[in-house]
Structure formats: structure tokens, C-alpha cells
Ligand binder design. Structure first.
Ligand SMILES: Nc1ncnc2c1ncn2[C@@H]1O[C@H](COP(=O)(O)OP(=O)(O)OP(=O)(O)O)[C@@H](O)[C@H]1O
Length: 506
């Protein structure tokens, strides 16, 4: 659903004047000044680490500014915390998980607002559930209920909980920080239609995304940040993807995103799943991955592809059947998988792929003990430091130093660390679940090149993705899953057809 143009001649809602944010020596925002009108969807774009989330966090009362001013409805805007920002009409859906696991959906939606449902000394949970269910119904969210425990929900449904939570505040400004990559096609359509409805009713939507197709389709205007500086804004009629990329990166992007040639792959099977059955999703499932192959796996979010990725890596209990390597080794736990040079990049980066409270170096070297040993099991700190620095340099990871906590890095730079961690140990079979989630156009093309180079050097990649262009552009063979089964399998030589792939998903 594309939106009509409408940013021009609208009254200004947000005015930013010389806003700066320093984190120690890191300048995340540098004297940024721009304006956003009322009732528009404004895309906030820029490379990884350009300061988008920092601006959103300051506006939503999560982070304090270093200097500069923000005016909101012509008043100085300086919320001291998230609750104050929410009460005054600013709600945000954050990039990673913004929900608490061990409570229900309703309790997440009304976290900190329980008193709304107090009856004397007690809280009426029934009333809270009813109110939360109404918000879910209004949003046409049917995949879970208000009383569902949050830990049962996957990443997409947790994002929907956050969206529902934001709607309770009837926001004047709704900030969506890099959320769509966690959503399936249906979740995205739901969010787009909500953003449009809100904008039509006078809410300003600040939409952070790296997907320029989505940005140009959904937004009325965009504002571009580069290295913490404001580069400029464009109105809908000025949108041009190459121009936006150039504003973001400061130069033309060279080369093709995807690879065009059909080089094929070896007949040699390196990983085989035979009749595997898991607790949920998969029943007697079979698949083979070959040497030098990029095997794309696509489908709707509940098709079982996520479970498949985990099962192949030994991270999901297999009730029947088995996963084996070329030499017959059975993969039924992650330790064996790692020892046999397998890698797994989870879609849920912060929870399953990184230790957020450890440093950049500690994360990168976490599985590289053997490489950094000197005598027997003794690890050389010097070697480790050099090894970590190499990954940082090779992948241009933007961090103040390798000794900084990973939690302080931007989303895309965190993803580069996950890549670095597995590539550094020369993994031969890589299972990647949405590997380009949250990364900017420049890094995306670098990651695609890496994947292609790995394929050419005989490594095997299972690429699970919700992005059809990515699957089509990168895979030698595509398997589409539906309800835990293969609904279609097609080779690059037979020419991938987007419509056919979508048909097979539905
Ligand atoms: N708490 C923090 N401590 C130290 N540095 C930080 C902190 N938060 C952000 N930064 C740094 O500020 C810079 C801007 O980060 P920010 O998250 O705003 O970028 P972004 O444009 O949202 O990136 P992405 O697209 O990757 O999410 C980065 O260099 C980041 O490492």
C-alpha cells in the first residue's frame, strides 16, 4: 500500500535545533537541525551508526541530549523519562525486544499503568485483559490473546504487542525503529495500514528503516542522517532511491547488489536432514544442502523455516529422524555443530547471537579459542586482541574500541559482529536466519559479497529470509515452506518467478 504525497505546506510539529549527543568520545548526533510536519509519515534513514536510534531515543525520553533544543508543538520538548513522553503523546516501538517475557500480553501493554484497573487495594486483571483485548481487536491482531504469556510469542508477535502498547497512548508522534524486518508480510501490512490511519488523523509517524523500497512507498517525506549529521530532507515527489543512497553514504554505491551468474554447486551433500520431526512445526521433514550452494528458504513467518534452521544446527530438539554431516556425524547439539565448523546466525540477534553485556572483543573471540591458543589450552590475550581487531577492520565495525560493550553499538554494527564471529573461525556450513536484518544498503551489499565469496570458495549457506528479492538474488536453489512442509523447490537455472514463490507461500 503506497501513500499519497502530502508533507508540503503542513504545520510543523517537531523542530530540532542544533541537537547533539555524545557518548564519551563517540559523537552520535552533531548539531542536527531539521523539522517534521504534523500528520506525515517521515522516514528517518542513514547508514548503520548514523544516529537514527539516538535521535528517536532522545525524543522518546529514553536518552538525554548533550546539547541543543527540540520543540514539540512549539513548546520546548525535554521529557525526563519514557512515561512522561508517553503521557505527553510520544510512543515508540524499539528495534529489539521491548517486552518482558514472564508476564502476559495485557500486563506488557499496561506495564506501569496497572492502577488504571485498581479496585480498592486490588488490580482487576479481568478488566485489564478486556481493555488489552480491545486494543488487539481494533488492530485486527488475532495470532494471540491478551492473556497469552509473552514468552510463548515469537519475535513478530512481540513486536505486535509493542505496537498495541503504543496505541494505548493515542500518540501524537509514533516512532517505529527498524521494526518491519522482524515482521512477516502480514505484520508489515498491518503496520503500514496503521501508520496511514494515524497520519490521516494528524499523528506524525517517524519511521526508521533500511529498506528503501519500503521507505519510498510508505513515507510522505524522508530525513537523512550521515555520521551523526543532518544531510537533508526530501519530499515524496523528490524520492529517488539512488539519490537517497548517495545522501546516506556520500558517494555512489558501486556494483550489483546480488549475483547474476548461475554457477551451480557441487553434487556433494554436506548436510542432510532425514525425516526430522520436532516438537512444533516439522513432521518427517527432508532437506539436503550441497557444497558450494546457497540454499534459500522462504515462507510466511509461521511456516517452520525458523525451526528448521535451529534443528539443522542442533539447537532444536529432534524427536524423530536425524541431521547428519557428510562424514556421518549426527548433529543433535550446538557443541557438535560448532566443533564441525557449522555456524548459526539467529534472527533474534540480541537474545540468541550476542552477549550484550560483554565487549565487542569478547563476543568476537567467544568461539575462537582454538585459533587463539598458544600452548595447549592457554589462550594468548595478544593474539585474541589482534584477531578481534582484524574482524572489526575487515567488516568496518563502527565502535569506539573493541573493549566497548556490545549493547552500546547500533543494530547494524551488532549484526556485523555476529558475522565476524562466525566468519573468523572459517565456518564451512552457515545457517543464516535473516542475516541482513537491520543493516544498511552499503553493509548489505558487503554481506552479499561475503556470502557469494564463501559460496565460491566451497562453503555452504542455508539462507532463511523473508525478503523475496534477497532469496531470488542470492540463492542457487529456493525451497518454499508452508505449514512445516516443502511447498515448492526451484533451481536458479529454471528462473525464479516472484509470483510463483508467493503462491507457494500462501
Ligand atoms: N549507549 C551508548 N554508548 C556508547 N555509544 C553509543 C550508545 N548508543 C549509541 N552509541 C553510538 O552512537 C552511534 C549512533 O548509534 P545509533 O544507534 O543511533 O545509530 P543508528 O543510525 O540507529 O544505527 P542502526 O541503523 O545500525 O541501528 C553509534 O556509533 C553507536 O555505537
Amino acid at each position: 500500500m503506497a501513500v499519497k504525497k502530502k508533507a508540503k505546506n503542513k504545520e510543523t510539529l517537531i523542530r530540532v535545533e542544533n541537537l547533539s549527543k555524545h557518548f564519551g568520545a563517540t559523537v552520535a548526533l552533531d548539531e542536527v537541525s531539521f523539522e517534521i510536519p504534523k500528520g506525515v509519515i517521515c522516514g528517518l534513514v542513514g547508514e548503520n551508526g548514523s544516529g537514527k536510534s539516538t535521535f528517536a531515543f532522545i525524543f522518546a525520553g529514553i536518552v538525554e541530549r548533550t546539547k541543543g533544543k527540540i520543540f514539540f508543538e512549539d513548546e520546548i520538548w525535554k521529557p525526563t523519562n519514557v512515561l512522561e513522553a508517553q503521557q505527553k503523546g510520544v510512543a515508540m516501538v524499539v528495534q529489539e525486544s521491548g517486552t518482558i517475557e514472564n508476564i502476559t500480553v495485557a500486563e506488557n501493554i499496561f506495564l506501569g499503568q496497572e492502577m488504571l484497573f485498581s479496585k480498592g487495594m486490588f488490580i482487576s486483571r479481568n478488566k485489564m485483559f478486556e481493555a488489552a483485548q480491545k486494543i488487539l481487536d481494533d488492530l485486527e491482531i488475532t495470532s494471540f490473546k491478551a492473556n497469552t504469556p509473552t514468552h510463548r510469542l515469537d519475535l513478530q508477535d512481540r513486536k505486535l504487542v509493542e505496537i498495541a502498547k503504543a496505541m494505548y497512548w493515542k500518540p501524537k508522534v509514533f516512532i517505529v525503529d527498524e521494526t518491519t524486518t522482524a515482521l512477516s508480510h502480514t505484520g508489515r501490512e498491518l503496520l503500514y495500514s496503521l501508520m496511514n490511519k494515524l497520519a490521516n488523523n494528524g499523528t506524525t509517524v517517524l519511521f526508521v528503516s533500511h529498506d528503501l523500497e519500503e521507505i519510498t512507498e510508505q513515507c510522505h517525506m524522508i530525513s537523512v542522517l550521515r555520521d551523526g549529521e543532518f544531510v537533508g530532507s526530501l519530499e515524496k515527489e523528490e524520492f529517488d532511491v539512488d539519490r537517497i543512497k548517495q545522501m546516506m553514504i556520500g558517494r555512489e554505491l558501486e556494483g550489483e547488489y546480488y549475483y547474476a551468474d548461475d554457477e551451480g554447486y557441487s553434487d556433494e551433500v554436506v548436510l542432510r536432514a532425514e525425516n526430522i520431526t520436532t516438537l512444533e512445526d516439522l513432521l518427517c521433514f527432508n532437506i539436503e544442502l550441497h557444497k558450494g550452494e546457497v540454499l534459500g528458504i522462504g515462507g510466511l513467518s509461521d511456516c517452520g523455516m525458523r525451526t528448521l534452521g535451529k534443528a539443522l544446527f542442533g539447537a532444536e530438539k529432534i524427536l524423530d529422524g536425524q541431521v547428519t554431516l557428510r562424514d556421518g556425524t549426527v548433529i543433535n547439539n550446538t557443541k557438535t555443530a560448532v566443533e564441525h565448523k557449522m555456524a548459526y546466525l539467529s534472527k533474534n540477534r540480541d537474545k540468541e547471537s550476542l552477549a550484550l553485556n560483554a565487549t565487542v572483543k569478547e563476543n568476537i573471540v567467544s568461539i575462537a579459542q582454538r585459533i587463539n591458543q598458544v600452548f595447549g589450552p592457554i589462550i594468548s590475550f595478544k593474539k585474541e586482541a589482534k584477531y578481534a581487531q582484524k574482524q572489526i577492520n575487515d567488516l568496518s565495525i563502527k565502535c569506539a574500541s573493541k573493549n566497548h560493550l556490545v549493547s552500546t553499538l547500533s543494530g547494524g554494527n551488532k549484526q556485523k559482529i555476529v558475522f565476524g564471529k562466525w566468519i573468523g573461525v572459517d565456518s564451512q556450513i552457515l545457517i543464516m536466519d535473516c542475516p541482513t536484518r537491520g543493516v544498511d544498503v552499503g553493509v548489505k551489499s558487503a554481506m552479499y559479497k561475503l556470502i557469494y565469496d564463501m559460496k565460491k570458495s566451497g562453503k555452504s549457506i542455508l539462507l532463511i529470509s523473508e525478503e523475496l528479492p534477497e532469496l531470488i538474488g542470492m540463492s542457487d536453489r529456493i525451497v518454499i515452506m508452508r505449514n512445516g512442509e516443502i511447498s515448492m523447490e526451484i533451481n536458479r537455472s529454471e528462473e525464479f518467478n516472484q509470483e510463483k514463490l508467493i503462491d507457494a507461500m500462501l
